[in-house]
Design a protein around this ligand. Structure first.
Ligand SMILES: [Fe+2]
Length: 239
């Protein structure tokens, strides 16, 4: 009994995750068994819905057809395992020519009726012509979401982040950043974003069942996690 009191409780406040690598077609899970293991854990934690976002970029040149085929196989397994969690599929684009081509062809994999498009920047290259790209996306009724704004070395100040938001980007942070999973800098920046109420979505960005899953579970029991909802309007539960 004593251990029950000592054990940290997970008081989950967001029931939908919108960023994960749970199809074996990128640098995420190695197979469907690993995906199922993670999905079962997330369902046990209280997640009701997962939006799966495999990389589509010039390194993982997945086509929409390949993504949908792999997703259908995963959905079959969810039915076989009698899991009730809801799944949706989209993508995580990189700010590269594959993304620009998909915008040009209006063939982006988006999610929810808001037509959200998740994308990231290259780790070391500050994006060029960003306002123009956002304009092109908005013209097609897409709403861009920038994945993990805390992880780019070329953005550091509140002023820089506010400018990105004024351009029309929504921000999705990785909960793993709050656990110093990536770097001290990412931790500092995720705190800056959260303290200033700039965060719209929370993501796991989960890639595997070992390190990522454990740290993600830990992040849900931290004081930092509970504080997020006092200072930010988190939209995950509307997805
Ligand atoms: Fe990701």
């Amino acid at each position: 009994m004593l251990f029950q009191f000592l054990k940290k409780e997970t008081k989950l406040q967001h029931f939908c995750d919108l960023h994960s690598h749970l199809l074996p077609i990128d640098d995420g899970v190695k197979d469907f068994s690993e995906a199922l293991l993670i999905i079962k854990e997330l369902e046990n934690l209280g997640f009701k819905k997962l939006i799966i976002t495999p990389h589509i970029n010039n390194r993982f040149t997945n086509t929409n057809k390949q993504v949908l085929k792999s997703f259908n196989l995963l959905e079959q397994k969810i039915v076989e395992e009698k899991l009730s969690i809801q799944l949706e599929v989209a993508a995580e684009y990189n700010y590269d020519e594959v993304f620009f081509e998909a915008i040009k062809n209006n063939s982006l994999l988006s999610f929810s009726k808001e037509k959200y498009v998740l994308f990231e920047f290259h780790k070391h290259h500050k994006p060029l012509n960003l306002e123009h790209t956002i304009y092109n996306l908005r013209k097609l009724d897409y709403q861009p979401i920038l994945a993990h704004p805390e992880r780019y070395p070329f953005y550091n100040t509140l002023d820089e982040y506010q400018k990105l938001k004024e351009m029309g980007l929504l921000f999705q942070i990785n909960l793993l950043s709050l656990e110093k999973f990536y770097s001290k800098e990412s931790y500092k920046k995720v705190k800056l974003l959260l303290d200033n109420g700039l965060v719209d979505f929370l993501g796991s960005d989960i890639h595997n069942s070992s390190k990522y899953l454990e740290v993600f579970k830990k992040s849900l029991t931290s004081k930092n996690y509970q504080k997020i909802f006092q200072t930010n309007t988190i939209k995950n539960n509307y997805l």
